[in-house]
Design a protein around this ligand. Structure first.
Ligand code: UDX
Length: 439
């Protein structure tokens, strides 16, 4: 099948490579010429484990190419996947649909053969129907353009695995023919027995935002309970473990800490609330306001704990920050809670040095006034307090005894609850962790 993937960011670049590895002829398209040039040479514009190999393999096999031209894409594809971003609007909490609309506006007038537009971007419910009308209006008369929706659930850091072996496949279609096209596109996934749900356009759109709203709710729930634990002198970690053993609750996404960030959960729950308001059912999602508020307050709670650990003032104190990415195995710093904490520590007078295994360059581009280092040891040198903010596995491997020789004061705040705090304490460190008692 000839497939285009329009938008080659965190979602599209992986999807394009994944489609090619299923044996399709794929063209990845983006307006960013520098990114397209990189991808064409088999280089990934961002850090994603396994992506580079998948790209190179499929480029070498002649199944994957890239272009900046929607006109070229229109002539090439039978199926066009829309994978551009839907960030928060500059002036509201709704999703900014400019990029999605621009794809249809740029593609439809050049179409010369019947095709299927398949949206993967996370969008307000009703978008697919709207795009369907737009495409019909803009396509040359007599050219049949259908629209389907196929939400993407990939997690950054596991994007290749999630694309090649998703835990479910959801499509929204308006005809049996469109379903059959998508069954062909995803033949290897279906052959593997992956649960498959075929539904209408609006339901498929809603599946994605509902999933992200549920995940965000789970995280904010455990963080709210972490606050109660702190006030009551209880410990969130055994509590979360005990909840997780209840199979109705499950242990995943129940990790307490500084909260969720990234390019999806924060803006998706806001866009969901905005869309519900438009539909006249805003009250049904009122609880998401609390989910958002709890999450927004987490960085300030971490900063309060950090200040406490330094006796009440951060002014002129040297603080090592471990982590800048919004999550491990990613260099993505969009809406990163770690960077929000680093920034706030600095705003209260601390001299902050930030380490991250992959995200330093992206972080510097967003917050150029923070100090950064590519070497973890350099962050520790002279630190009076260390704050652990992104749960990279290499931070769990750190040797607290060796680090005693680098820091000025052995104090650490585990804002992700992934360090072995007993080990750090027995090495002589003063340790605080969000939602856990101080000792
Ligand atoms: C998310 C969804 O998981 C994915 O299905 C969707 O397609 C896109 O949005 P992603 O943004 O890659 O994926 O990140 P995710 O793994 O969901 O983590 C989001 C944030 O929540 C991270 O900042 C992470 O550190 C935080 N988190 C996650 C917690 O604070 N606690 C947890 O228990 C889990």
């Amino acid at each position: 099948m000839r497939i285009t993937v329009i938008g080659t960011g965190y979602l599209g670049a992986v999807h394009a490579a994944g489609m090619a590895s299923f044996g399709h002829d794929v063209m990845g398209v983006d307006v960013d010429a520098a990114k397209i040039d990189q991808l064409s040479r088999g280089l990934t514009p961002f850090f994603e484990p396994g992506l580079q190999d998948l790209l190179r393999e499929n480029i070498a096999a002649g199944r994957l190419k890239f272009s900046t031209s929607l006109e070229e894409a229109a002539g090439f594809g039978d199926v066009h996947f829309i994978c551009v971003g839907t960030p928060q609007s500059p002036n509201s909490t709704a999703a900014d649909m400019r990029f999605v609309d621009a794809v249809v506006q740029g593609l439809a007038p050049h179409l010369k053969k019947p095709c299927l537009l398949v949206g993967k971007s996370t969008v307000p419910v009703g978008t697919a129907a709207r795009l369907s009308e737009m495409a019909a209006r803009l396509a040359p008369s007599g050219t049949q353009v259908n629209v389907a929706w196929n939400p993407e659930f990939l997690r950054e850091g596991f994007a290749v695995e999630d694309t090649l072996h998703p835990d479910r496949l959801v499509i929204g279609v308006t005809s049996a023919d469109d379903e059959s096209i998508l069954r062909d596109v995803y033949a290897p996934v279906l052959a593997a027995g992956t649960p498959f749900i075929s539904t209408d356009l609006a339901t498929a759109e809603l599946v994605k935002v509902s999933a992200n709203a549920f995940l965000a709710t789970k995280i904010s729930f455990i963080n709210a309970i972490a606050d109660i634990c702190e006030a009551a002198g209880a410990d969130i970690m055994p509590l979360a473990a005990a909840l997780g053993h209840d199979s109705r609750i499950g242990s995943r996404f129940l990790a307490p800490g500084v909260g969720f960030g990234g390019g999806c959960l924060p803006k998706d729950i806001r866009a969901f609330m905005a869309r519900a308001e438009e539909l006249g059912v805003g009250e049904s999602l009122d609880f998401l306001k609390s989910v958002d508020r709890i999450n927004v307050s987490r960085p300030a709670s971490a900063v309060d704990l950090a200040r406490d650990m330094l006796g009440g003032s951060l002014m002129n104190r040297r603080v090592a920050v471990l982590g800048a990415a919004f999550k491990p195995n990613s260099d993505d710093v969009r809406d990163s809670q770690a960077l929000k904490v680093a920034k706030a520590l600095q705003a209260q007078g601390a001299h902050v040095r930030v380490h991250d295994p992959e995200a330093v360059d992206n972080a510097r581009a967003v917050y150029p006034t923070l100090n950064y280092t590519h070497e973890a040891d350099k962050a520790f040198e002279g630190a009076e307090l260390t704050v652990h903010l992104t749960e990279w596995s290499q931070y769990r491997q750190l040797d607290p005894t060796r680090l005693l020789g680098l820091v000025t004061s052995p104090r650490i705040l585990d804002a992700r609850n992934t360090l072995d705090i007993d080990h750090w304490r027995s090495a002589g460190w003063t340790v605080r962790a969000m939602g856990r008692p101080s000792r």
